[in-house]
Design a protein. Structure first.
Length: 220
């Protein structure tokens, strides 16, 4: 193998399917803090930050947003994540990538506490050299691009890959001149992220192995 690669992964919609767990938690929140118009829970942006989703629901009502955020965090952070699942072949693929020397990272819009709990719960935390998450510092929102910049600076690399299921993942990777891999099985429609022109588009997590094999890259 040539030089180890630096691989930055989104979490929700890329490594884990957390939709049902998140829907259940939002339902509890909306039952207790009823918005003026109940949203279609299945149409929520599951890869977005909690604050951005709540703002889209409650509008310009910071008090209600803060209450809803606290309630969501209280419920979600104490979950056993039994309704959150790894996508097929995630564990075996991550194990393979780390065994051959690649450096793996997480950059997610999820808050840090549930991110770490889920990674530990699903027994995949040890595969990642570092985890960047939204609100790593209380009250500070980190954009995906900021997370990538921090990882590049901390681990002294310029080339690498950003792997995710949304246009914002691909856009953030493009901003930092990383090769980008969009997955089709996540939460965003392919026609939306395709506009960002990802380097590769894959239909299953295990396809990463073939793309990275021998450090040979040919755009799909």
């Amino acid at each position: 193998m040539n030089q180890p690669l630096h691989l930055i992964f989104d979490l929700d919609g890329t490594i884990i399917d957390s939709k049902q767990e998140i829907v259940k938690t939002y339902q509890h929140v909306f039952d207790q803090l009823r918005p003026s118009v109940l949203p279609n829970l299945n149409s929520l942006n599951f890869g977005a930050t909690l604050v951005s989703v709540l703002t889209s629901i409650y509008g310009n009502d910071p008090i209600k947003i803060d209450k809803a955020k606290l309630l969501f965090a209280t419920l979600y952070d104490k979950s056993d994540y039994s309704e959150t699942n790894l996508y097929p072949e995630v564990t075996s693929t991550l194990e393979h990538l780390t065994r051959i020397g690649h450096k793996l990272f997480i950059a997610t819009n999820k808050r840090l506490i549930p991110t770490l709990r889920i990674l530990e719960n699903k027994n995949i935390r040890h595969f990642f050299s570092d985890v960047m998450a939204n609100e790593m510092i209380t009250g500070l929102t980190l954009a995906k691009s900021d997370m990538i910049a921090s990882l590049k600076s901390k681990y002294f690399f310029s080339d690498g890959f950003m792997i995710g299921d949304t246009s914002s993942d691909i856009e953030a990777g493009n901003i930092h001149n990383l090769k980008t891999i969009a997955v089709t099985y996540g939460y965003e429609n392919r026609s939306i992220f395709a506009a960002q022109k990802p380097t590769f588009i894959i239909d299953s997590f295990s396809e990463l192995t073939q793309i990275l094999k021998g450090n040979i890259y040919e755009a799909k």
